[in-house]
Design a protein around this ligand. Sequence first.
Ligand SMILES: [Zn+2]
Length: 202
Amino acid sequence: MMNGQAGVLDQRTLVLNRSWVAISTTTVRHAMTMLYANVARVICPQTYQAHDFESWVNASASRDEPCIRTVALRLRIPEIITLAVYDGFPNRGVAFSRRNLYRRDKHMCQYCGIRPGTEELTIDHVVPRSRGGRTNWTNCVLACVECNKRKSSRTLSEAGMRLLKHPRAPRWSSDTALLLGHRRASWDSFISDRYWNVELKD
Ligand SMILES: [Zn+2]
C-alpha cells in the first residue's frame, strides 16, 4: 500500500522499551508494521502522548510535514515508538571500551573519588593481571595516577585500599548503536547525554 515511499520508509525510528528507555532504532517501515500490529505505540514528539495506529491516523490529519501518503491515508512519520510489552534491555552488552569505562566511572578515580581530568586517569586492574585478573567490566576501574601508583600490582587487601563501589557492567544501552546514522532532533530527550546528565537543582 505504500509504493513510492521507499525513501521515507527507510528512515530511522527510535525504539523505546515499555519504560521509555531507548533501546535501538529501526526503519520507519518496521515501526509502521509494529504500530499496525499493535505491538508498539507512537510517541508524539510534541506532546509525548502515546498513540495507537488509529489515534495516530487521526492525529496525522492536516499537518504540514513529511508524511506517508496512501490513497486513503496521510500519516505522520513515527519518529519514536514505544514497545507495548518489551521491558528489558537488548541482549547485546555494552562494549567494554575505554570510552564506555570512562562513562561508567564518570571520569572519577574509583579509589579516592577525585576527578583529575582524562589525562590523569588510568585503567586499574582490581585483581592485578599478574595474579590472573581479567580485563573486563568487573575487574577494571578508573584510578588516578596517585592511587594507581599506591596500589601498584597488589590486591585490594594487600594495598589496604577500598573501591568506592563494586565494578559491574553498565546497564545502559549502547549509544553507539543508537547514534549511527541520522539522528532526529525529537530523539534528544531520550538519548542525549546533555539532557540526562544535567544535575537537577532546586
Ligand atoms: Zn585516586
